[in-house]
Design a protein around this ligand. Structure first.
Ligand SMILES: Cc1cc2nc3c(=O)[nH]c(=O)nc-3n(C[C@H](O)[C@H](O)[C@H](O)COP(=O)(O)OP(=O)(O)OC[C@H]3O[C@@H](n4cnc5c(N)ncnc54)[C@H](O)[C@@H]3O)c2cc1C
Ligand code: FES
Length: 252
């Protein structure tokens, strides 16, 4: 983990409220794994005081990418950065997905901005296994396919793809989507991850959940990001023990 001053190289609008930032970050780019994240000091001033966590969305040479939607003050400030601006970033943080094992299909399930870690995972796995991506958004303005492969879309209002949740789409197609060598890699809002946890248990499929919660330090000091362990009477920390957990490992 280092505190690197990254330099903004581009800021692209992918959807009306969703941005992709590319920044030069040679040290983090050389170390980061898919679904690790960075804690970004969005402003040079003291407001907002706390850094904001964002998944590293992609890596190209010595550049890293972040994808974010404008949510509150922190993301609004990020969306107004200019090319050449310097930003202080702590990373890479967290554990990342565990893909160094035998499997033949990566089934990516993402909800909303939960797509953010998957362009990088797709790049790493593309020559190794089959990749199928199911992504869900509330409407077509929240659907981002950047960097993904074999994408099927679900929207709550039916404005793009299947009408329903991404879990509905998964359930409707599970026979063709899941076989013995499948691992589900997932990221999205907690209710979606909770439903997926249940799905994985019922269908006996390995499932890794990249979880989210509000964070302060981002590296295990403040104890501000607890999640219940399902196997022991203790808390795990999302920033340090996660953000990726086996779906059997935690209680959401
Ligand atoms: C490990 C990790 C990786 C993340 N990766 C991404 C990413 O790649 N792209 C992205 O857009 N977002 C990501 N997030 C979420 C992102 O950090 C928050 O949306 C961001 O901090 C909001 O900052 P803000 O100042 O704009 O909003 P704030 O003013 O801080 O918050 C606006 C509203 O959102 C709520 N909120 C803040 N953080 C979270 C959260 N983590 N989960 C649920 N609600 C929250 C607040 O309670 C408030 O109601 C990630 C979070 C974690 C923990
Ligand atoms: S955010 Fe401080 S311990 Fe996790």
């Amino acid at each position: 983990m280092i505190n690197e001053k990254i330099i903004v190289q581009s800021l692209e609008k992918l959807q009306p409220n969703i941005y992709l930032m590319k920044a030069k970050a040679p040290v983090i780019a050389s170390q980061v794994k898919p679904s690790q994240f960075c804690n970004i000091k969005v402003s040079d001033n003291d407001f907002p005081l706390l850094r904001r966590p964002f998944s590293v969305c992609d890596v190209q040479g010595d550049s890293i990418f972040f994808m974010f939607d404008v949510h509150g003050e922190g993301t609004r400030i990020l969306s107004e950065k200019m090319i050449g601006d310097e930003i202080e970033v702590l990373g890479p943080l967290g554990n990342g997905f565990n893909y160094n094992k035998k499997f033949n299909k990566a089934l990516i399930i993402a909800g909303g901005l939960g797509v953010a870690p998957f362009p990088f995972l797709t790049k790493v796995l593309i020559d190794k296994v089959e990749i199928v991506s199911l992504i869900g958004g509330r409407n077509k303005n929240y659907v981002v396919k950047y960097g993904l492969k074999n994408v099927s879309v679900a929207t709550d209002d039916g404005s793009e793809g299947y009408k329903g949740t991404v879990l509905d789409l998964l359930e409707a197609n599970k026979e063709s989507l899941i076989d013995d060598g499948t691992i589900i890699f997932s990221c999205g809002p907690t209710p979606m991850l909770k439903a997926l946890q249940k799905f994985a248990e019922q269908n006996n499929v390995e499932c890794q959940l990249s979880t989210e919660c509000a964070m302060a330090c981002g590296f295990g000091i403040c104890q501000g990001c607890p999640v219940h362990s399902s196997t022991e009477d203790k808390y795990l920390l999302v920033c340090k023990d996660g953000p990726v957990f086996d779906s059997k490992e935690i209680v959401l």
